[in-house]
Design a protein around this ligand. Structure first.
Ligand SMILES: Cc1ncc(COP(=O)(O)O)c(C=O)c1O
Length: 418
């Protein structure tokens, strides 16, 4: 675990901006990572560097060539991070925009007829796109119900709904509301068992910062992340697409290269900051692996992150020392249960009889930033079937500490009594 290696946690924390201070409110503990993780200081510097460069790509001058080299390097780096030996990477406006674009491309090109399948587990980004493009491509949308008790959808749930005519399917890798991580490879296998040619698009936005990515093992056609939720910054989304998806007709400039997905001039800084993220994880993995292969070190970093976050969420739920965990309060309910092995760095709960925004405010007043999820168009898919109006979401990353969990549990002791 990260905190058992002497002096590692302070070094990790020193790599991030605003780790314990909010520029607007002063000292605070940051447990709102599912809304946007902390940003690496290297990302801040790199962004400033490239924002100042006036040159464009594709010109015959050294500056232009240097920018293209940076982009190509980031794409090569991303192969190791994503574990993707084929396909290609590109940036877009946001994770949502990229999901829409990939799902739209699959829906408009897949053979006519059949159906599109997605699940109630999904964030509205992929779900809205799949429902809208099922309608535009004249096919029914078939919805897989996730399992409310475990806050998760499983391969078996998909297997019960997909059929030989499922043309496009969407999968959410990890939920920013329940906190659970789905078995993407298992779900993709269940889909391909009955519809081998199905186009499968994955929303990896919440999952990306919490463990190892392994595209080669998923057997899918698209995987989208939002770098601001993975230690980079706002302003772009990052996608991997299979060659199969690229071979479909997709929006691009007339007479341009057929394999291109990018629209217009690229922000070199967005690519360069992906390299910063990969360098950070590579450095972290070097503390857990002696391998001289970067992919191995990235996998080791992912495992260390998962182990650390599990220790933090277990402490949050079951307590530390004489501090009571959330599970010990009779009136606290936790989404997905108290010992869910699929939990990835996130606990959503409510205190019966209290409205969650009040609990979030009380935590804020004690210097702990969390977030309310409401049964609105973002989280209603999860909360409404549970009969909940809202929940408090506490989300951690590998730079959060056991001491921060202690502070949270102390605050909860006061709040739960109040
Ligand atoms: C799982 C998931 N999908 C999609 C999104 C939307 O991402 P973006 O705002 O980058 O488009 C989020 C945002 O938190 C998310 O957690």
């Amino acid at each position: 675990m990260i905190e058992t290696i002497p002096n590692l946690m302070p070094q990790i924390r020193d790599r991030f901006a605003h780790v314990d201070q909010c520029p607007f409110t002063g000292e605070r503990i940051f447990f709102e990572n599912a809304g946007g993780a902390l940003t690496l200081k290297s990302v801040v510097d790199t962004s400033a560097t490239y924002a100042a460069i006036p040159d464009n790509q594709g010109r015959d001058n050294p500056a232009s060539r240097a920018l293209v080299d940076v982009i190509n390097r980031a794409k090569a780096d991303a192969r190791d991070l994503f574990g993707a030996s084929g396909g290609q990477f590109f940036v877009g406006e946001s994770g949502t925009e990229l999901l829409f674009r990939l799902i739209r491309t699959a829906a408009m090109n897949a053979p006519s007829g059949g159906n599109i399948v997605g699940s109630t587990f999904e964030h509205p980004a992929s779900r809205s796109a799949a429902i809208q493009w099922a309608e535009h491509s004249d096919r029914p949308y078939l919805s897989v119900d996730h399992q409310i008790g475990i806050g998760l959808v499983t391969p078996g749930d998909y297997a019960a709904v997909v059929d030989a005519k499922t043309r496009v399917a969407t999968i959410l890798h990890a939920s920013p509301v329940t906190g659970m991580g789905a078995d993407v490879a298992g779900i993709a296998a269940a889909i391909r068992a009955v519809s081998p040619e199905c186009f499968i698009i994955v929303d990896g936005i919440q999952n990306a910062a919490h463990g190892t990515l392994d595209i080669d093992s998923y057997d899918v056609d698209g995987y989208v992340i939002s770098p601001y939720k993975m230690f980079s910054r706002h302003g772009y989304g990052f996608a991997w697409v299979s060659d199969r998806l690229t071979a479909l007709s997709h929006e691009q400039l007339l007479n341009g290269p057929k394999e291109t997905w990018e629209f217009g001039t690229r922000d070199t800084g967005s690519y360069a900051t992906m390299t910063d993220v990969i360098n950070h994880l590579d450095w972290l993995g070097g503390h857990f692996s002696t391998s001289d292969t970067r992919r191995d070190r990235l996998v080791a970093a992912g495992q260390a992150i998962l182990d650390h976050e599990k220790a933090l969420t277990d402490a949050m739920i079951h307590g530390i020392g004489n501090l009571k965990g959330l599970a010990s309060y009779a009136d606290v309910e936790i989404i997905g249960g108290t010992d869910n092995p699929k939990r990835k760095g996130l606990v959503s709960f409510r205190i019966k009889g209290r409205i969650s925004p009040d609990v979030v405010t009380a935590l804020n007043d004690r210097g702990i930033r969390t977030h309310t999820r409401k049964a609105d168009h973002y989280s209603g898919g999860i909360l409404t079937p549970m009969g909940w109006d809202d929940a408090v979401r506490v989300s951690v990353c590998h730079y959060n500490t056991t001491d921060e969990i202690r502070a949270f549990l102390s605050a909860m002791q006061e709040i739960a009594q109040g």
